[in-house]
Design a protein around this ligand. Structure first.
Ligand code: BDR
Ligand code: CA
Length: 311
């Protein structure tokens, strides 16, 4: 059965690859794309989403809506050091021709989930969890109706925003807590896994050989993204966000364990840390999973195939 996804994102170089993977893989279908403030301002990431949709030749009937312009409680924070001033610096992108959906992203998420069969929609957030948290508060019935939430964020043993906190969770920890505690099945694709989804020179050659416009775009964005990560000591840049989509397409790619999960909301040095209790087998009622690793080679095979199917 084709899995229907709502991609809630802040594109973002790695968000862009997540969108392309979902657009090009026959195992999933994009039900909607929604944007959230994160890597750059909401206006910039929304424009980027429209441009990526244009480049990928995404069906114009797939709605794209703009979401939250800042986190629930905290000031907006962006990541120009990794994504540049536009949020997607580097590649050349076509002008968007499609219009934004007039609804707020939170409303589009609720409408899409409530209009679908129970268990049909999977939420795939790859930015701060602000929109999803607001949707849960505005229409709590979505919790029962969504099949599962597979989000990129957090980490068990590693941070990138702080020593123990990851950007998407750290910039809106209260939203992350609402989403993780909601009671639906949640899989956290954190840095433990995504730091293994890296672009080695061999992977880069494989991507360059694909030959489509979408693959050329990925090459251009990786030039900028790889240079940005090199400043922080990464020999090979990790692409975080598409690991979520890959996990939905083929769960055997990602090693996950079921474990109680919480977000630190009061820590002096650990605000935004995701705390997974791995000490013992999880209790029966536990509905949170954490990713601990990904098979890099097979992950990129999936991305390559998707890029080959796109314009
Ligand atoms: C996450 O932060 C963003 O910069 C990336 O797009 C990714 O979602 C990695 O910490
Ligand atoms: Ca992102």
């Amino acid at each position: 059965m084709t899995r229907r996804l709502i991609l809630d994102c802040d594109p973002g170089h790695d968000d862009a690859i997540a969108i392309l993977l979902a657009a090009g893989d026959p195992g999933v279908e994009i039900a909607a794309i929604t944007t959230v403030s994160g890597n750059q301002s909401i206006e910039k990431v929304t424009r980027n989403a429209l441009q990526i949709a244009e480049l990928a030749g995404l069906d114009a009937r797939i709605p794209i809506a703009q979401g939250a312009h800042r986190p629930l409680l905290r000031e907006a924070e962006h990541a120009p050091e990794y994504h540049g001033e536009s949020g997607l610096d580097g590649p050349r992108l076509p002008e968007p021709t499609r219009a934004l959906d007039p609804r707020h992203a939170v409303q589009l998420i609720i409408d899409t989930v409530m209009a679908s069969e129970p268990g049909e929609i999977t939420l795939v957030p790859t930015g701060a969890l602000t929109n999803i948290a607001l949707a849960v508060r505005l229409e709590p019935r979505i919790v029962e109706r969504v099949r599962e939430v597979v989000f990129m964020g957090g980490g068990v043993h590693v941070g990138n925003h702080g020593p123990f906190s990851e950007f998407n969770v750290a910039i809106d920890p209260e939203a992350a807590a609402i989403v993780i505690d909601a009671g639906w099945p949640v899989t956290m694709i954190g840095l433990d896994a995504t730091h293994q989804a890296v672009v080695t020179p061999e992977i880069r050659s494989r991507l360059d050989a694909v030959g489509t416009r979408s693959a050329a775009f990925v090459g251009e964005l990786l030039d900028f993204y790889g240079a940005a990560y090199a400043v922080y000591g990464f020999e090979h840049p990790p692409v975080h966000d598409p690991v979520t989509v890959a996990q939905v397409i083929d769960p055997t790619l990602v090693r996950t364990v079921r474990a109680p999960l919480a977000v630190e909301l009061t820590g002096t040095h650990t605000l935004g840390m995701t705390v997974a209790d791995l000490r013992a087998e999880a209790p029966e009622a536990c509905c949170t999973w954490v990713a601990l690793g990904v098979e890099n080679d097979r992950f990129w095979t999936l991305v390559e195939s998707a890029l080959a199917r796109l314009p």
